[in-house]
Design a protein around this ligand. Structure first.
Ligand code: GLV
Ligand code: MN
Ligand code: MN
Length: 416
């Protein structure tokens, strides 16, 4: 299915696919980059513009927009009953440096589309429906990632948030006008997140949507290697303390071990910094940022020990000092079985059979699942590509996924 007209058969559609699609494309113009993607690093001027636009759309839709101390935005559509717990729908508007148009954005704007749909149809829900934009999900500009949802869920040490470009997270919240004061004490009945799959499973299964069973655990590490700056021409090869060579040996050693260790383990050296980064100086300092993922905490524990040992070994071989620290911990989570069933039922109503699958990517739902019943819907990604301007999900699939979410949210928000 490639066009909006090719919708699956089933009951009448609730949402407006064309409105959802044009909303996504309008946000994508903010921070547009070659190849069709967007670059809106968290709390950059582009992110601020996207936030402002989202807030204005939510206010037009009659929502009360609140901001908490982590810059998380909550667009609240009140429910009928006083003191009722809320249904939250969220994701993130920030992107990777070479981001696509759908990662995160789809989940936030699907929430907005659901609110607009409820308005169009004059539906008053029993419970409030709250659309959330979480701050710094991607973790590009500030570490750790999932910052806003971790803060909201009570799993963030604010003092441990660091800026990759030397900026201070809380100062940037103030600069962009998103240092909120409302410490939201939502009583949460459920948290839903719609996201692109970012992998190939749904496309291979020819399934438009997936119901996600859970998310694998993620840990981030920093390895610092301190050798000695030296002249590239005059320093003999056997008298160097080359921090880059230690870093390279550690990375290659760990990749080889990871390949043998467990087929579901994901080991990535995503960032390497070398100093002074000058062609004719032996680098005296290097830093590796490592991303490690698996669905079982025990496997992560074991591989963490392997990393620690490999760092010591590689550093000793080159005669450099080393430090190894874990900078982020997101435990594996399993989603709420009843909410998964509600999503399956909604998909069947729309005439699609959803594929069940785990999530390889982390999401704000990882944090929300620690404090509230949580579930996710995935939409098929073309060629499984994400974190890339070529990221694409077809209009028809996007509409189907949003329709599934709308039906699940509506039944959940109305049930007495
Ligand atoms: C989020 O994009 C992740 O790193 O999984
Ligand atoms: Mn995302
Ligand atoms: Mn992402």
């Amino acid at each position: 299915m490639d066009s909006l007209s090719e919708q699956p058969a089933g009951a009448d559609r609730l949402i407006d696919p064309q409105r959802l699609w044009s909303t996504i494309m309008e946000i994508a113009r903010i921070g547009a980059i070659p190849g069709g993607g967007s670059c809106r690093l968290s709390l950059s001027d582009e992110d601020r513009q996207a936030r402002d636009l989202f807030a204005s759309w939510c206010r037009e839709a009659g929502c009360d927009v609140r901001v908490d101390p982590y810059g998380n935005m909550f667009a609240v559509r009140a429910g009928k009953g006083a003191g009722q717990p809320s249904i939250l729908i969220g994701s993130h508007l920030d992107t990777q440096p070479h981001g696509g148009r759908f990662d995160g954005v789809l989940g936030v704007l699907a929430g907005l589309e659901i609110v607009r749909t409820l308005n169009d149809r004059g539906i008053a829900t029993e419970r409030p429906v709250v659309v959330v934009n979480w701050t710094n999900e991607e973790g590009v500009r500030f570490k750790p990632g999932l910052t806003g949802s971790a803060g909201f869920a009570g799993y963030l040490d604010p003092a441990a948030v660091t800026g990759s470009d030397g900026e201070d997270f809380f100062a940037e919240l103030r600069r962009t006008g998103y240092a909120g004061t409302a410490r939201e004490g939502f009583d949460i009945l459920a948290y839903y997140e719609l996201h692109i799959e970012q992998g190939p499973v749904l496309e291979r299964a020819d399934a438009a949507v997936g119901v996600v069973e859970g998310i694998q655990g993620v840990r981030w590490y920093k390895v610092s290697l301190a050798g000695r700056d030296a002249h590239a021409g005059t320093t003999p090869m056997d008298s160097r303390k080359d921090s880059f060579m230690a870093a390279a040996a550690i990375a290659l050693d760990l990749r080889a071990t990871a390949l043998k260790h467990d087929p579901d383990l994901r080991f990535t050296v995503g960032k390497v910094t070398v100093e002074p980064n000058s062609v004719n100086t032996v680098p005296g300092h290097a830093e590796l940022l490592i991303d490690l993922r698996h669905g079982d905490d025990c496997v992560l524990d074991r591989f963490e020990d392997i990393i620690a040992a490999a760092v010591k070994r590689g550093a000793a071989q080159e005669g450099v000092d080393c430090a190894f620290t874990r900078t982020m911990t997101v435990p594996p989570v399993t989603f709420d079985p009843a909410m998964q069933e509600r999503l399956v039922e909604a998909a069947l109503q729309v005439g699609v059979v959803p594929q069940r699958l785990p999530s390889g990517a982390m999401h704000d739902a990882s944090n929300m699942a620690r404090i509230a019943p949580t579930a996710m819907v995935f939409v098929q990604s073309r060629d499984g590509i994400s974190h890339n301007p070529a990221e694409w999900s077809s209009p028809a699939h996007v509409a189907t996924a949003c329709e599934v979410l709308a039906r699940a949210v509506l039944s959940h928000a109305c049930e007495s």
